[in-house]
Design a binder for this molecule. Structure first.
Ligand code: SF4
Ligand code: SF4
Length: 466
């Protein structure tokens, strides 16, 4: 998406404009700033800055007025897909794209926990801390499963998580080599990332990551040193902030690091101190940051619920934090400020997407780790086959359809959300707002921030928006 720095909407050649009549897109959003108006279309990713005088004419066209005088504005609106042909059904287009992506049998995504054990004792964690490392015979099964499921020539994506996979790097390396060998045979591109607390990110781990072709790391931090050390500690309460920061400094130039900054009711005021520390260490231009809403994901973390910010409140806090980060020259990861249109919110509702725990149980969402008996769909068999033992759970995930949810079908940000987190929605008795993309609740703030960035008025050094 490119910005329009001029004070005019873009103009398309008249020959590109059909005779058909047009209607406004369902995905237009305008933010009135007085002298001018920001306009965004979430379906086409068009973004414009419209002078007030022009906006009056824009409104007339969108309201159905047609005249010679309004022709150039109409052309611009058609080009940006703010106006679409009468015969076009945007919802059907999105639905088709969503279904093809989920059931088109292309590509494979695995979220793998080589162990559910962790070296930290965070209060809000939802995983089973007593679990063991994946056994060698299970690694063989997982390698076969990967080979069986991957369609020739299509992309394979693997995310290593846990527990903390840094406690099982020998397993990560062993399994990665099996995956890489399968990709070689199938002519498939391979990409892998790893989620870790960063505490053990030293030379040996870095070498194993390289050998496993893992170049992208996600590391979680809970705010300033004071706050982080009060929530992300070793089992006996020992602090971890300084060591993680030092490991990040030693690692940042060889890997793409995405710092996930967890935000809850207790620490939201402490995030500015963290950003300042990162900047003082010169890390702001060398890694990506993004903010994450801490919430009580399942039964294991339910006791932490009172510390979590309500979803809509969090969205407003996050918008302010993104402004602060961008104005200090940080790069925003995880899709940037406004995501490009996507096919699915996540893979949990897709056929070729599996979450695999350390006993090679198969699940559809990593928030069900530690509860495979109740929420899993089955396990990997000896020959690497998918053994479905709970078809009702499988149907629950695959049968999920955002286009059957009224809120989603009426939602302006549907093209960049595509139905939200189905785990959160299902687990909150279908309260859709619990799973919504934050953008739904902070649209004006984010559109405004995006516009400022695009017109370079916030920070000339920023490259955070995509
Ligand atoms: S369902 Fe929600 S929690 Fe589960 S993988 Fe998708 S986005 Fe994540
Ligand atoms: S989950 Fe929420 S934000 Fe996403 S499309 Fe549905 S209503 Fe909109």
């Amino acid at each position: 998406m490119t910005a329009v720095p001029s004070n005019k909407l873009r103009i398309l050649g008249n020959d590109e404009i059909a005779e058909a009549d047009y209607k406004p897109s369902d995905y237009n959003h305008f933010v009135d700033k007085g002298d001018f108006v920001w306009g965004v279309n979430f379906f086409s990713s068009s973004f414009v800055r419209i002078p007030r005088e022009t906006y009056r004419r824009v409104r007339r066209v969108l309201d159905g007025e047609r005249s010679e005088e309004l022709e150039s504005v109409k052309s611009s609106l058609i080009q940006g897909k703010f106006l679409i042909p009468d015969s076009m059904d945007e919802m059907k287009y999105l639905k088709t794209r969503n279904h093809l992506s989920r059931f088109g049998n292309k590509g494979l995504t695995l979220i793998v926990a080589p162990t559910l054990r962790c070296n930290f004792g965070c209060e809000y964690c939802y995983v089973d801390l007593n679990a063991n490392k994946m056994k060698p015979e299970d690694r063989v099964k997982l390698g076969k499963f990967f080979y069986n499921k991957l369609t020739d020539g299509t992309r394979a994506r693997v995310v290593w998580t846990g527990g903390d996979p840094s406690l099982a790097m020998d397993a990560v390396e062993d399994i990665s080599h099996r995956f890489l060998e399968a990709c070689e045979k199938k002519g498939s591109p391979y990409e892998a990332s790893l989620i870790t607390n960063g505490y053990l990110l030293h030379d040996d781990m870095r070498a194993r990551l390289k050998s496993s072709k893992i170049h992208r790391l996600q590391i979680s931090i809970d705010g300033s040193k004071e706050f982080h050390d009060s929530t992300r500690y070793l089992p006996k309460g020992e602090p971890t902030y300084d060591r993680i920061m030092s490991n990040v400094e030693d690692t940042v130039d060889g890997f793409n690091i995405f710092l996930r900054i967890n935000v809850d009711r207790k620490n939201s005021d402490a995030i500015p101190d963290l950003l300042e520390d990162l900047k003082n260490r010169g890390l702001h231009e060398r890694l990506w940051v993004y903010f994450a809403h801490v919430y009580d994901a399942n039964e294991n973390s339910a006791a932490y619920g009172h510390n979590c910010l309500p979803h809509e409140h969090y969205a407003k806090v996050e918008a302010k934090l993104m402004r602060l980060a961008l104005s200090n020259g940080f790069k925003i990861g995880n899709g940037g400020l406004i995501k490009k249109p996507i096919n699915t919110f996540c893979g949990a509702n897709s056929k070729n997407y599996f979450v695999v725990d350390s006993k090679v149980n198969l699940l559809k969402c990593y928030h069900d780790f530690g509860a495979a008996d109740k929420h899993g769909i089955g396990h990997i068999g000896d020959e690497g086959q998918e053994v479905v033992t709970n078809p009702y759970n499988l149907m629950k995930w695959l049968g999920w359809d955002p286009f059957e949810i009224k809120e989603c079908t009426e939602c302006k940000v549907l093209p960049v959300c595509m139905g939200g987190c189905s785990h959160k929605i299902m687990n909150s008795n279908m309260q859709v707002e619990n799973g919504c993309a934050r953008l739904r609740f902070s649209m004006d703030e984010i559109v405004e921030l995006y516009g400022e960035l695009k017109t370079q008025s916030l920070s000339s050094g920023c490259s955070g928006c995509t």
